[in-house]
Design a protein around this ligand. Structure first.
Ligand SMILES: Cc1cc2nc3c(=O)[nH]c(=O)nc-3n(C[C@H](O)[C@H](O)[C@H](O)COP(=O)(O)OP(=O)(O)OC[C@H]3O[C@@H](n4cnc5c(N)ncnc54)[C@H](O)[C@@H]3O)c2cc1C
Length: 397
C-alpha cells in the first residue's frame, strides 16, 4: 500500500459529504439520486469526451431520459413523473456531474418547453403535446432570446399578427437550445395584446433552424438561430394562459432553479477529480495533496460545494412548499454557478498539463459553465434582481 492510499481511505466518506448532507434527504430522494448517478456513470461518463470533441448531442439518450422519468419530471399527469422540486434538482445535479449539455437537454425539454405548455396551454394543447414529450418521442424548444434582445426580452422584434382566425409570425430567435432537432417550438412574440407564446410545429413552412457552431462551450449540446418567415398558424396555436413577460419568465424560473443544483454537480465532479488526482500524483517525492497550497484549494472547494447544496436544498424545499419567490431563485443561480465555475477552474490547476485534455472533466465543466452563467439570466441580471429585492430600487437601466 502506498502512503497515498493510507491518506485517502480514512478520509473518503468525509471528503465526499463533509457535513453529512445526505441526512437531509429522504430515502426516496437518495434512491432517485443513485439511479440517475448510475445512469450518468454508465451512459455519459464513458462517452462524454468524444461527444464534446466532436460537438455531438447524443440523441440516443433521449428515450433513456424518458425511461428514467426525467422529462417534465416535476409536472403532474400527461405521462410526467410528478416528482418534487427537490427530486428534480437532485436529478439535475447528477446529470450535470456528467456534463452541463446533458442536463441542459432535460432543462429545455422539461422546464422550458413542456412547462410552458403545462402552465399556460389549453387542455387540448396539453393532451396533444405533453405525453409525447414526456415519452421522449417529441422534442421541444423554447424561443425567447433574439439576435438583438437577450437580457431585455421586452425589446423583442418577433411579431405575431392576426390573420382572420389565425396568426402570422415573423422574426428571428437566437441561442435556442435543440431547435434543429425539435418537433415543436414555443415561440414568444409581440402581439397587439402584449407578448404571447405560440406553439409552432417546426415543420411549419417558413421555420428554419441553423445550429450555431463552432462553440467553445456546451459542445455536447445544440443551440440554434431560428428564422421565422410568414409562419401561418391556426388561432389555437397561442397559449391561452400567458400574456406579457410573466409567461416566459415563469418558465425561466423553473430552469434557473434546476441550474443551481446542476452547477453543484459540475463542481462536485471537478472536486472529486481533483482530490483523486492530488492523492495519487507525486511531486517533490510527496503526493501533491500533502502541500498546504493544495489543501487550501481542496478546503475552499468543500466549503463552497456543501454550502451550494444547502442553498439549492433550501430553495427546493421552499419551492415544494409553494412559497418560493423568484428573487430567491436568483440567489441560488448566481451563487452556485459563480462558485462552481471558480471550483472547476481551480480543479483544473491541480491537474497541471493533464488538466487541459479531455481526459479530465474540470476544464470541460468550466467551459460549459461559461454558458450556464450567461443563460437563464446572466450574473449581472441576477445581481440586479437581488439588488432590487433588497433595496426596492430597480437598477436595470
Ligand atoms: C448555451 C446557451 C443556451 C441558450 N439557450 C437558450 C434557449 O433555449 N432559449 C432562449 O430563448 N435563449 C437561450 N439562450 C440565450 C440566453 O438566455 C442569453 O444569451 C442571455 O439571456 C444573455 O443575452 P445575450 O447573450 O443577448 O447578452 P446581452 O443581453 O447582450 O448581455 C451582454 C452583457 O451585458 C450585460 N448586461 C445586460 N444588461 C445589463 C444591465 N442592465 N446591467 C448590467 N449589465 C447588463 C449582460 O449581463 C452581459 O454581460 C442560451 C444561451 C446560451 C449561451
Amino acid at each position: 500500500m502506498t502512503s497515498t492510499a493510507r491518506v485517502a481511505e480514512p478520509l473518503a466518506a468525509q471528503a465526499l459529504d463533509y457535513l453529512n448532507l445526505d441526512n437531509l434527504f429522504t430515502t426516496e430522494e437518495l434512491a432517485l439520486r443513485d439511479r440517475v448517478r448510475a445512469f450518468v456513470d454508465e451512459r455519459v461518463r464513458p462517452n462524454i469526451a468524444d461527444w464534446y470533441a466532436t460537438a455531438t448531442f447524443p440523441r440516443e439518450l433521449v428515450k433513456e431520459f424518458a425511461a428514467l422519468g426525467l422529462l417534465g419530471m416535476h409536472l403532474k399527469g400527461y405521462g410526467c413523473a410528478g416528482r418534487s422540486a427537490v427530486e428534480y434538482g437532485i436529478a439535475a445535479m447528477e446529470l450535470e456531474a456528467g456534463d452541463s449539455g446533458i442536463r441542459t437537454f432535460v432543462s429545455v425539454q422539461g422546464s422550458l418547453a413542456m412547462s410552458a405548455i403545462y402552465k399556460f396551454g389549453s387542455e387540448e394543447q396539453k393532451q396533444h403535446w405533453l405525453p409525447g414529450m414526456a415519452a421522449g418521442d417529441l422534442i421541444g424548444c423554447f424561443g425567447l432570446t433574439e439576435p438583438t434582445a437577450g437580457s431585455d426580452p421586452a425589446n423583442m422584434v418577433t411579431e405575431a399578427v392576426r390573420d382572420g382566425d389565425g396568426w402570422v409570425l415573423n422574426g428571428a430567435k437566437r441561442w435556442i437550445g435543440l431547435a434543429t432537432i425539435a418537433d415543436v417550438a414555443i415561440i414568444w412574440a409581440k402581439t397587439a395584446d402584449g407578448i404571447r407564446g405560440f406553439i409552432v410545429p417546426t415543420s411549419t413552412p417558413g421555420f428554419t433552424a441553423t445550429a450555431i457552431e463552432p462553440k467553445l462551450s456546451m459542445r455536447a449540446s445544440i443551440q440554434c438561430d431560428i428564422s421565422l418567415v410568414d409562419i401561418r398558424l391556426p388561432g389555437d396555436a397561442v397559449l391561452p394562459g400567458a400574456t406579457g413577460l410573466k409567461g416566459p419568465f415563469s418558465c425561466l424560473n423553473e430552469a434557473r432553479y434546476g441550474i443551481m443544483w446542476g452547477a453543484m454537480g459540475a463542481a462536485r465532479d471537478s472536486y472529486e477529480t481533483f482530490l483523486r488526482y492530488a492523492l495519487e500524483r507525486r511531486q517533490f517525492e510527496q503526493p501533491i495533496a500533502s502541500f498546504q497550497l493544495t489543501q487550501q484549494k481542496l478546503v475552499d472547494m468543500v466549503l463552497e460545494i456543501q454550502k451550494g447544496v444547502l442553498v439549492a436544498l433550501q430553495t427546493g424545499r421552499l419551492k415544494d412548499a409553494g412559497t418560493l419567490r423568484p428573487e430567491q431563485i436568483s440567489f441560488g443561480k448566481l451563487n452556485n454557478v459563480r462558485e462552481a465555475i471558480a471550483i472547476c477552474r481551480t480543479a483544473r490547476t491541480i491537474l497541471g498539463g493533464n488538466g487541459i485534455t479531455l481526459d479530465y472533466s474540470p476544464l470541460r465543466h468550466a467551459d460549459n459553465l461559461e454558458s450556464v452563467r450567461t443563460y437563464e439570466g446572466t450574473d449581472e441580471i441576477h445581481t440586479l434582481i437581488i439588488g432590487r429585492a433588497i433595496t426596492g430600487i430597480p437598477a436595470f437601466g
